[in-house]
Design a protein around this ligand. Sequence first.
Ligand code: 13P
Length: 260
Amino acid sequence: MSHRRKSIVAGNWKMNLDAAKARSLTEAVAARAGEAGSVDLVLCPPALYATTVAAALGLAAGNSASGVALGGQNAHEKESGAFTGEVAPGMLRDIGSRYCILGHSERRTLFGETDATVNAKVKAVLAAGLTPIVCVGESLEERESGRTEAVVSAQVLGSLAGIPADDLAKIVVAYEPVWAIGTGKVATPQQAQDVHALVRSLLARLSSPTVADKIRIQYGGSVKPDNAAELAACPDIDGALVGGASLKADDFLAIAKAFG
Ligand code: 13P
């Protein structure tokens, strides 16, 4: 599978595992990262275990010999201050993170994040020197009522408003149809490719076709070893944001290999 863009496969562990399991999963992925071939690998653990994962990746020493990167699952939009329970982008950066997931549908639906919130977070995460992984996606009801294009367009344009083209060039977008998350119902390659092409055209509108051509767009939602290859074969699918299957080293690496 040859792609114009280097694929990026990230594991979103959500609120799962404990410290010992976080460490052993990280060690297993790091030890076997080479199996994935030419693909950027990212682990996004719960914030509390980020230092555990950083240490297991050898990030505390500066660089990761395995090439596996660390990412946050969320960050606050302010640099510091009286925000009890929150994590600042600079803190994620400080412990060796390179990425941060923003605007995941669980943040949007369960924690009230709007496109404006996500936009503020994207700016803060970029300012801290991290790469945002910006999530968008329609609900089942929105898809069934023919509003996928309108919903995803509003999310992309709202979440990325006012971001200069040279910053846009650095971001990653994740298309995650809400109805496919944790349900075992993966989007068909055609459904995913159609929305990815739409997202890329919106990115071109926000910057230029040249910049949009460089931006990596991941698919997320029930990605498994047995459906990864057909998704990876789509021209605008540049990787995966993996939930459940990222909790098992074998499954995560098999998915990565399909994109490598
Ligand atoms: P699942 O892979 O468990 O469907 O989760 C997808 C997801 O939400 C990744 O961010």
